[in-house]
Write a protein that binds this ligand. Sequence first.
Ligand SMILES: C[S@@+](CC[C@H](N)C(=O)[O-])C[C@H]1O[C@@H](n2cnc3c(N)ncnc32)[C@H](O)[C@@H]1O
Length: 400
Amino acid sequence: MTIQRAHDDILKLILAAEGGTEQIDAAIRAVGAERTAAILADELVNRADLHEIPGPGTAGVDIQLALAFEGGTVHHVVRVGKSAEHEAGRVDAPHATLESDLAELLRSVLGPWRGVEAQTLRIVWHDLENVERLGGTMHVFPVVRRLVRGTTGRHEDLGELSLRNGSDKWGLHFYTPHYDRHFGPLRDRPLKILELGIGGYGNPASGGGSLRMWKRYFPRSVVYGVDVFDKAPLREQRIHTVEGDLSSAEFLESLGRDLGPFDIVIDDASHGNADLIAAFKALFPYVRPGGLYAAEDLQTSYWPGYGGSSKELNSPATSMGFLKALLDGLNHEERELPEGTTASETDLTLTGAHFYPSLAIFEKGVNAEGASASWIPRQQMSYEEMSAVDWGEGLTADKD
Ligand SMILES: C[S@@+](CC[C@H](N)C(=O)[O-])C[C@H]1O[C@@H](n2cnc3c(N)ncnc32)[C@H](O)[C@@H]1O
């Protein structure tokens, strides 16, 4: 399998965007000012949802970007007609010009949200007095406003993003509130996300709803999607697709090795019980400490047609049987492990497990709290015995 190391330029910019001025300038120099402008324009166009604006009228709208960097100006143009495109260069008669310092725009678009907004951003309207020209292009105002909105720290609702991007994670399933609870605190971070199952099955141009949703929800992330079908037409800036069969152990292993580690992994692929278990075993080790692993559509754990069972609820061959057994691993330090065995790597790194209807989310970290020392009696003591123990001053003070 050849997996391209994609998005190197944008990763450089995302990481630099939370640094100081020198770091940002160095990243722009490394990536190139024109390429940086193209990357930022692409983000702004994506966040603006320009296709939602009624129109366009008889004529398209051209918005000039004029971005200052190291004494020069980089020009890039956004053209909104039946679709929205952008390209390097100048147009003779733009409807409006957005002027900004390039480094500042980078910080406001790809830096941590709630960071500094683009203070030097200035909108220059052209031809406002030319009613004839303006008549066919009144939507120049919403176009500009929506482009500018992409530079602000606006948090979009995940359920809404799911609906708008065509994912079934809200509406058919109701996963998004749970995801929001667990993923919300990570939104602002530069993340690498892997989703198994892109959607749309054999139609190469169909699916990708959740990849687009994650891209928008995590504005500083790079999202990788995997599918047994070729989904290359769905690639975008910050979205990369990989073709491969997740029921192949070699392919699963190569995913972690070649693309990992990941901050978040989401399994929404075949929903076969054996596939779900194999994916967890192969990919949980490649989740970074502090990261999360989500397994969807756990209803198939009860469906024989997917290798599940409604009778043998604790069978390790079913998704839920396998996942439930991980809960005892959470308490590996407290359990008496069978003679000659030690805690598994999963036990040592699983720090939380959350179950919802048809969805489970696992937290990765270091599970070594050392709370139950061996001298702590494993037999429940009476109140008299407990009262006779010298708990030490600090603990006594706490009890008061
Ligand atoms: C439910 S759809 C994914 C939907 C998408 N994640 C979303 O929320 O918009 C499942 C996808 O998994 C893919 N798939 C099924 N079995 C697979 C396998 N063995 N390996 C890789 N992909 C598989 C299918 O082709 C399909 O596109």
